[in-house]
Write a protein that binds this ligand. Structure first.
Ligand code: MN
Length: 718
């Protein structure tokens, strides 16, 4: 094909096509490929030109044709994405980039067992349907010239990939002609001899029967015309590949395969489809089990037609397909037909390809078919992402999935022990959302266990379930320990020894199966230690009834998450607890006299004091032996302490002034001040204030809240 021929072809169905752009793309690609040649010895440029030519048969828009001309320039020549964007605009650059990405993807896939996932990945990455159409045409031309490759393994691999990836894709988007050609070319490569012998056999039958197809066609036409039905009838032998598939599938020999001829009746409307069916069935005996009404119930891919098998003219078993013209075109050229129809009038009926209908919905709201194609995304797989393992296995995940989801999808064990992830070779946070085509390598460590924080960002059910299970197990261990120590104390307080044996008799009362379970429910706070003691020693009930008001202090209600009980039973003043140990206040929560506090022993560093609700305490949950139950001594309360507050100030003149005035009026002293965020309207800041105790700080906070220039105030936590 020559330059002017291509331009004229496009202009014949799209008079508004940008002739100049096509010409520029033609020259650009020809120059870029220069003296490169194909395996056939042809100049390389003949390939993109053929691909463009294939697409004109489907009457595709100008942008698709230009994309076809340019489709190999980024991958195989010095041309860059930037060049193409500069010369042909953003849209073309994006389309060419899409085709290039798909070509690179091909190189990664050695494994055909994951064909289904791979097909979905191709669809998801195609985004714009035109990318996929160009890719399919590219594959058709490559298959046509496959025989020129010298390496038989390479030929075989490409043919197999065509059969497993591209044939189903072509079928899926309804490109019947592409599908049939790709299938036959792959078949010729993979099973050369089988195909030859089938062709020979078909030829023999053809010669024997004369022009059998022609004769049957003529009679069918006459029969239908006599009954007053306007229609077109065509006939063909089924493809050798589909005959071969049937032979394998049904395990029958070629001789027994009678229905190798198929006839197609195309009529004006759906009513005529059923009329034609009636005429054929009343004239010829039906072959049982061959009747299928895909008009009433379309195939999942949207295919619509009536199929029936009859002992037709000259007593030959034949298959007859009956459909309307529109159904016919859609089944032959799929998406392109929809596009064509949409350019003209609305489709005559509502039931089309299910997923295509979604695309068509977009069309309803687009002002032109071009805009439709431009904005069309292949929505059907947009809610999934496909990622590779380092070995090249494909893992299918929901959109938004993270490396943790990926790790659990690979194996539970990998998920439980994952500590980090490399995405495309770079270390990335575990909460990163994965993208289509990412290669993910999970780093594991035997010492790692699932983190409860993962639950906030994982999206797969499997990951969530595993993390929850682990957290539950861990909680149970904590409740168990806590419950046991509560029971120890409860028994001791009544003057008894705690023995597990003694508890066996009361398990039923608490509806638990074991002593451990009993400890857990006590640890959780469902029952108190006192409940258990009274169950074991019912005689104590009378005594307790008398002294009901003298509440035992063993009604420990577990905090959630449970905190280990301090080693020492009673609160102790800070000073004098462990002589010589330095005491300092935690920078995270800034405890003040009056706060409930707890001490954490840091080996060699003394005791750090936190407020009881400080988040930092979480990290010491596993080491109860480091906890000290502390209280304030009266003399400490005269010292000066630092309280930290978080506030949001209006960004206006004088607001900082009113802050310091209010603090000073309330006998506070600002020690430090730090702006953490600044917007047009507000300052957010951290303010350290010297105060006597928590009540003093609370007063200052209340006073600040009453100040108009201050939007919000609260005590800083971490
Ligand atoms: Mn190509």
């Amino acid at each position: 094909m020559r330059q002017f021929e291509l331009v004229e072809l496009v202009k014949s169905y799209d008079p508004q096509a940008d002739e100049d752009a096509i010409n520029r793309a033609y020259v650009f690609a020809m120059k870029a490929h220069g003296s490169q040649t194909r395996a056939s010895g042809d100049p390389y440029f003949s390939h993109p030109l053929e691909v463009a030519g294939l697409l004109t048969k489907y009457k595709l828009d100008c942008a698709s044709i230009i994309t076809a001309l340019l489709h190999d320039t980024i991958e195989d020549t010095n041309a860059t994405q930037t060049d193409i964007e500069r010369l042909f605009g953003v849209e073309i650059a994006r389309l060419v980039d899409g085709v290039t990405k798909l070509s690179r993807l091909e190189l990664q896939s050695d494994q055909t067992k994951q064909a289904e996932n791979f097909r979905k990945l191709v669809l998801a990455m195609s985004e714009d349907i035109r990318v996929l159409l160009v890719k399919l045409a590219d594959r058709v031309h490559n298959m046509r010239t496959l025989r020129f490759f010298k390496d038989p393994d390479k030929r075989r691999r490409i043919a197999l990939e065509t059969l497993e990836i591209y044939v189903p894709l072509a079928e899926r988007i309804g490109m019947q002609e592409f599908k049939a050609e790709l299938e036959d070319l792959a078949f010729a490569e993979l099973h050369t001899e089988v195909r030859e012998s089938l062709l020979t056999r078909l030829n023999f039958l053809r010669e024997q029967g004369g022009d059998l197809i022609g004769r049957i066609m003529d009679e069918l036409k006459r029969t239908l015309a006599d009954a007053g039905l306007e229609c077109q009838v065509s006939g063909r032998e089924k493809s050798v590949f589909s005959i071969w598939k049937k032979m394998q599938h049904k395990d029958v020999a070629f001789e027994q395969l009678c229905d190798i001829m198929a006839f197609r009746v195309v009529v004006a409307n759906i009513e005529d489809c059923y009329r034609a069916l009636g005429i054929i069935h009343s004239r010829y005996p039906m072959v049982p089990g061959r009747f299928k009404d895909y008009i009433s119930i379309p195939k999942p891919n949207g295919y619509r037609s009536i199929h029936t098998g009859v002992y037709g003219p000259v007593r030959h078993r034949i298959e007859v397909q009956i459909r309307t013209r529109e159904m016919h075109e859609i089944s032959e050229i799929g998406v392109a037909a929809h596009w064509k129809y949409k350019q003209g009038a609305k489709t005559t009926d509502g039931r089309q390809y299910r997923w295509l209908r979604e695309l068509l919905d977009i069309l309803e709201h687009a002002s032109s078919p071009e805009e439709f194609l431009e904005h069309t995304k292949l929505e059907m797989f947009q809610d999934q992402v496909y990622c590779f393992t380092p070995k090249g296995d494909l893992i299918e995940l929901p959109r938004g999935a993270t490396p943790v989801d990926f790790a659990y999808a690979v194996h539970s064990e990998v998920g439980d022990t994952c500590v980090g992830a490399k995405i495309n070779g770079r270390i990335m946070p575990l909460r990163t959302a994965l993208q289509n085509g990412d290669q993910v390598e999970i780093i594991t460590s035997k010492a790692q266990t699932p983190s409860p924080t993962w639950e906030r960002f994982v999206v797969t059910g499997k990951a969530r379930a595993r993390i929850r299970r682990f957290v539950r197990l861990q909680q149970r261990t904590q409740y168990l320990d806590l419950g046991r120590s509560i029971l120890h104390r409860a028994f001791k307080q009544e003057g008894y020894d705690y023995t597990e044996k003694g508890l066996d008799g009361v398990l039923k009362i608490f509806k638990v199966g074991s002593v451990d379970d009993l400890c857990v429910v006590v640890g959780e706070g469902t029952h108190t230690g006192k409940d258990v003691v009274l169950a074991v020693y019912p005689e104590l009930k009378a005594q307790h009834a008398k002294a009901q008001l003298l509440a035992l202090d063993n009604n420990v209600v577990a905090l959630k998450p449970p905190r280990p009980k301090p080693k020492h039973g009673h609160a102790v003043p800070i000073k004098g607890l462990i002589p010589g140990m330095a005491v300092h206040y935690a920078g995270c929560c800034h405890p003040l006299p009056g706060d409930r506090i707890v001490g954490i022993i840091a080996t060699g560093k003394g005791v750090t004091i936190h407020t009881i609700d400080c988040d930092m305490l979480e990290q010491f949950a596993e080491t109860p032996e480091r906890w000290l139950d502390l209280a304030w001594e009266p003399e400490v309360e005269n010292n000066i302490h630092v309280g930290r507050i978080n506030l949001v100030l209006l960004n206006e003149p004088g607001s900082l002034g009113s802050l310091s005035t209010v603090v000073a009026k309330n006998q506070g002293n600002i020690r430090n001040l730090k702006i953490t965020n600044r917007t047009m309207q507000f300052f957010e800041m951290l303010v350290d204030v010297e105060v006597r105790d928590v009540r003093h700080l609370t007063n200052i906070i209340a006073a600040l809240r009453a100040t108009p220039a201050i939007n919000s105030v609260e005590r800083a936590r971490n």
